[in-house]
Design a protein around this ligand. Structure first.
Ligand code: ZN
Ligand code: ZN
Length: 391
């Protein structure tokens, strides 16, 4: 395996009209200080409309004002997010959780994923392991999102959200993993034991957001990326990995809120765009991702952990918003993720899929457009009829 280094990371600033050139940017540094003080640090990251110009939306030359997601001591969202602190306190005092079962059996799958060394690059297959853990096979390459096999999404072994169903595929039954796409450091996404197991077996690179290296063992092959930053996939440079914005937050303890960057990840290939949204509220970034990176052939979109809305809306989409995200992205197909495994919020276990069906009907979309899979089951991902990377 070639030596993996985040020094190889190339900025995609040039793609989004920033004055900074990819060639002049320094390597991304893992230390916060160096990230924040270097002159060439991209401060653009995302462009939001100048509020003063919103009254004249008919003017095609709407001024754009750069907003940064990097503050001196933490990261932040770039879209206006109302403080929910009072709502959070009320919620914690009066919490009314829908009952969830203690344990659910998965519907048995009749096959396991296999290595596909000779598969052509346009042959895509997706396997739903559970929650945000998905195996996407793009030709011969195996991408695994947010691998979590832990029994609890919690820093504690005896408390915190406990899984109510097994992962649909055992770790040992995974084919060789060529890359992990790691969206952020919350416990239901970054599971140290699973990452250690995978690293020991496959030594694969872990593509993630800035400063997540600080949470991971030094021996792991970690490639940290800023929002919109891209890097060629080490095993096949015809593929590119891009870290994309999301409206969420990060933290694993009491004192590290927003210390490391959260986001989604895209894999761009000559045969389509795989988009993994990570955890996110509904925000304008889906349209930006479509505009900059093209319509996804497959989008992995979270549909769970959304009640009560007063508290969760800024950080998690409900199914209706996930369908809007699917439409904003122009996704050829979307797979529902982030539901039915850990009770993180107040909705019932089955509510996300019921509401997804209603939202699809309201948009005259079908379950083929935005589908779900049983844990451990797979689907072929059909090619877009006319795929243009920059469409
Ligand atoms: Zn999260
Ligand atoms: Zn989550």
């Amino acid at each position: 395996m070639p030596k993996l280094s985040q020094n190889a990371a190339q900025s995609s600033d040039d793609q989004i009209g920033s004055s900074a050139s990819a060639n002049t940017l320094p390597p991304v540094q893992s230390g916060r200080h160096s990230v924040l003080t270097t002159q060439s640090t991209p401060l653009h990251a995302f462009l939001v409309p100048d509020r003063s110009s919103l009254s004249n939306l008919s003017n095609p030359a709407v001024d754009l004002q750069p907003a940064t997601h990097i503050l001196p001591d933490r990261f932040r969202n770039v879209w206006p997010v109302k403080s929910r602190n009072a709502d959070v306190v009320k919620w914690l005092i009066n919490r009314q959780k829908a009952p969830w079962p203690l344990w659910e059996h998965n519907v048995p799958a009749d096959s396991l994923p296999e290595s596909r060394p000779n598969a052509p690059l346009d042959d895509w297959k997706v396997w739903f392991v559970g929650h945000a853990t998905v195996l996407v096979q793009i030709g011969p390459w195996n991408f695994l999102t947010d691998p979590v096999w832990a029994m609890r999404a919690s820093p504690l072994a005896f408390a915190g959200p406990r899984r109510v169903r097994a992962p649909g595929i055992a770790l040992k039954d995974l084919p060789r993993i060529d890359a992990v796409l790691l969206s952020h450091n919350h416990y239901d996404h970054m599971d140290m034991a699973s990452l250690r197991w995978l690293h020991q077996r496959d030594q694969m690179p872990i593509y993630t957001g800035l400063l997540n290296r600080e949470y991971l063992p030094a021996e792991m092959n970690i490639i940290e990326l800023d929002w919109w930053q891209e890097i060629p996939f080490h095993a096949d440079p015809t593929l590119k990995i891009v870290f994309t914005p999301a409206q969420h937050f990060s933290g694993r303890g009491l004192r590290d809120r927003n210390h490391a960057l959260w986001g989604g990840l895209s894999v761009l290939s000559p045969h389509g765009h795989l988009f993994f949204a990570g955890d996110t509220g509904y925000a304008p970034h889906f349209r930006a991702i479509r505009n900059k990176l093209g319509k996804p052939r497959l989008a992995l979109l979270p549909i769970g952990a959304y009640e009560p809305r007063a508290v969760m809306q800024t950080m998690h989409m409900n199914p209706a918003e996930a369908v809007r995200a699917h439409v904003d992205l122009g996704a050829h197909q979307s797979l529902a993720i982030h539901f039915r495994t850990f009770q993180l919020t107040d909705e019932s276990m089955n509510q996300p899929l019921l509401e997804l069906a209603q939202a699809l009907a309201a948009h005259t979309l079908s379950e083929a457009d935005f589908f779900s899979l049983q844990e451990g089951h797979a689907a072929e991902v059909t090619a877009q009829p006319s795929f243009l990377l920059s469409e």
